[in-house]
Design a protein around this ligand. Sequence first.
Ligand SMILES: [Cu+2]
Length: 343
Amino acid sequence: MRINTWHAALSPDKSSVFEAIGRKALRLTYGAAAALLGGCTGVQSTFSAFGVEAEATRALTWVMATAASMITIGVLALAWHAGRTPAGRLDHRGGTRVILWLGAVGPTLLLTVLLVFSLPRMRTLPTGPGDLRIAVDGEQFWWRVRYRPAGGEAVETANEIRVPVGRTVAFALASPDVIHSFWIPGLAGKMDMIPGRTNDLVVRATQAGVYRGACAEFCGLSHARMAFDVVAMEPADFDRWLADAARSAAGIEGSGRRLFEEYGCGGCHLIRGHGAGSAIGPDLTHFGARRSLGAGTLPMTREAVGRFIRNPAAAKPGVRMPSFEAMPAEDADAIAAYLVELR
Ligand SMILES: [Cu+2]
């Protein structure tokens, strides 16, 4: 009786129910395809390797996936064959031989070959005392970056990382707040940034270009807005850039600089050479030279910077910078004009 009622309730528009389910499935498929294809772009894909670590990972992935597919097909073929053989014709002594060769000797040999192939590819790149060290802290929701060139002075920046092509770079990864994960798919696998310890990740870029990195461990409301660009440069260009990044900000006229001080921005930000500042938030000494604003969240334009200053939480929910919504738009614009000039 109950079943009948159900049936009666369903049957009049059964076809439209199925149509709706079909439409939903189609939409999900499109969504999944778009997400998967989006992962195929070169700037942020494990299939486009621009560094020796990523190349090793890619080689391992293909070899392991091929081996696993072949084993799966072999096992399915055997199962199919067994299912077709009549029970009376099963040959028990033959069966023992199959188990010995395909169940024990074969897998041992295959796994040994795969192990010998993969172990050297999983080794960390060796580093020497002359290699460039870059300390990166993941902080809610941005990246503090400190270059420590051998023999040179340390340089602090934020939200963008530059590396020299062909040279080994050792990252020292840490976090002062929660667990983040540092991932530049084009250069290497991901590495967690854990409060209270330092994890090392060694990379060597093989091609100049701009790649994208992201936080790969959920760390709070704006986790998805915690990305960065990695610029791999020719070594000579990199050396020039690093020497330039070490200098203080150039003298800049205009009201923006005064307003920056009046609104107390220096309580969290440092602009080297432009008065006192603190290192609670990102270093802004060469802010205007970055490719993006707010850790890969907004374009680096005067307009976007002005909007971000008055209401950073609109772009990044949960952001650790207070809103300055009472600030007149002209003041925000003047400060933005000043900041984007810091190159
Ligand atoms: Cu994070």
